[in-house]
Structures are given as structure tokens and as C-alpha cells.
Design a binder for this molecule. Structure first.
Ligand code: GLP
Length: 244
């Protein structure tokens, strides 16, 4: 039995949290590792089940651990921080984190736009758009499901492209469409059955819905994307300045 607990005002669950946090920081517990069960922690540290549960639950809520139904509790992967003021692509975000971006193309076709695409892309209802649905991965692990509608002259040529590569790079380098700015909305939600299957998370897990309209020069919209990100793997960062 460990004698790591100190006497004093700090509650035991809090001390256990700190012990587990240190194990992660020291690299003893790595991302994706299964952590000991409540019962094992009780035996190891001579604490009550409630103390172990509280420590684990708090670290789940803080995003350091994630639970998988029927499998146990695991150490989360370091969150990806996306700056909210810079317009970056998925590929750039993942590379900046030192990971390997990946894409599984689920759908690529010309179609008639839905209501959201008509409004965001400022097009007519009968104007065909390119619809691209992709599962986005980092080091082979699913992070987001993205559904993009694209509208620009000659967008049907995208059908012939390798869409496993960066879409932004393709638009900028091959199609001569500089991506200047974007509008983005974030909304909290819970994973549907289909989203959970693709993202390999339990149904009902927290997710972030992100809608982004990306503009080229002269404020012309080229892409409207609706994405679902695994809630426990993403942090959005924004620097706020107070009016002087
Ligand atoms: C982000 C945006 C998408 C955009 C994508 C481009 O994920 N939410 O709207 O399509 O970046 O990323 P990439 O260039 O890696 O395809």
C-alpha cells in the first residue's frame, strides 16, 4: 500500500488526482493507456471507492482521461489547440502538433445544395456544388468528421483530384483561390450513432459542432463546412483584448 498521502487539509481524492496527473506528466502513463480500475486504486492506495471515483471523474471532466463504455478509463491524447483567430487547415493544425494528418474520403460528388449551403455560399438553389465528406485523423486516430460544400467555377474538377490531401492546399496552389478569411461558429452537442461509429467514441459523448464558411478574395465564399470534432480532443484558444 502506498504511503503517498500526506496529512493535512488536502482531501484524499485531490491528492490522488495529483498523483495521477504526475504519472501522466512524467510519461509513466501514456496517451491511450488504460488506467487502473477504481478497485485497483483502492487496493493500491488504501482509499475508499468513493475517493477513487471522485478523482477519476474529475480528471475525466478536465479532459485528462476519457471513458469507454465497457472497456474502462484511458489517458487522453494531448488536446489539439486551434487558435480561433488564425485561419488554418486541419492538416496545418495536426502538423503543428507534430502528428501525422490523415483523411478517409467518405463521399465526393456533385449535388444540389441544401438550405445551409445556399445561404452560406450565396448561390441559387439549382447551382450544383461539390460535396466532400471526410473523416479526419491524427496518427491514424479519428478526430473529426467534416462535410464540405464547395462552390467555384470549375469545382467539378475536384472529382478527379486526390482528395486525401489538404483541401486548402489544393484550392490555393492548384485552383488559384487564396483563402483569405473565414467565419466560424461552435456549438456543443452529443455524438449521434453514426458520428460515434466514425469517431470511435461512445454514443452520446460530448462533441463540438463547427460550421465554417471560408472566403477567397473579394469576400467570395468558396467552402461551407460542417464538422463534428471529438469533444475531449480539442481545445479552442482565443486571445481577448479589452477595449482601451
Ligand atoms: C478545417 C476546416 C474545414 C476545412 C479544413 C481544410 O478542418 N474546419 O472547413 O475544409 O480545415 O483542411 P485540409 O486543408 O487539411 O483539408
Amino acid at each position: 500500500m502506498s504511503s503517498l498521502f500526506k496529512k493535512g487539509p488536502l482531501p484524499r481524492y485531490y491528492q490522488l488526482k495529483e498523483i495521477m496527473r504526475e504519472k501522466i506528466e512524467a510519461g509513466e502513463w501514456k496517451p491511450g493507456d488504460l488506467i487502473p480500475s477504481e478497485r485497483e486504486l483502492c487496493e493500491q492506495y488504501g482509499i475508499s471507492r468513493m475517493t477513487a471515483r471522485q478523482a477519476i471523474t474529475e480528471l475525466v471532466n478536465e479532459g485528462l482521461f476519457f471513458r469507454e463504455q465497457g472497456r474502462g478509463t484511458f489517458v487522453s491524447h494531448q488536446k489539439i489547440t486551434q487558435q480561433l483567430i488564425r485561419l488554418t487547415s486541419f492538416t496545418e493544425d495536426i502538423k503543428a502538433r507534430g502528428q501525422q494528418p490523415g483523411t478517409r474520403v467518405l463521399l465526393a460528388q456533385m449535388c444540389t445544395p441544401d438550405e445551409a449551403a445556399i445561404t452560406r455560399l450565396r448561390i441559387k438553389a439549382n447551382q450544383p456544388v461539390f460535396h466532400l465528406r471526410r473523416l479526419r485523423l491524427a496518427n491514424d486516430e479519428p478526430l473529426a468528421l467534416e462535410s464540405s460544400h464547395l462552390s467555384f467555377m470549375g469545382c467539378e474538377r475536384l472529382l478527379e483530384e486526390d482528395l486525401g490531401q489538404s483541401l486548402y492546399a489544393l484550392l490555393e496552389k492548384k485552383y488559384g483561390l487564396p483563402l483569405v478569411e473565414a467565419e466560424q461558429e461552435l456549438e456543443a452537442g452529443i455524438a449521434t450513432t453514426e458520428e460515434a461509429q466514425y469517431l470511435k467514441i461512445p454514443i452520446g459523448s460530448p462533441v463540438l459542432y463547427i460550421r465554417r464558411t471560408t472566403y477567397t478574395e473579394r469576400n467570395i465564399p468558396v467552402e461551407f463546412a460542417s464538422s463534428v470534432y471529438c469533444g475531449h480532443k480539442y481545445t479552442f484558444y482565443v486571445n481577448l483584448k479589452r477595449d482601451q
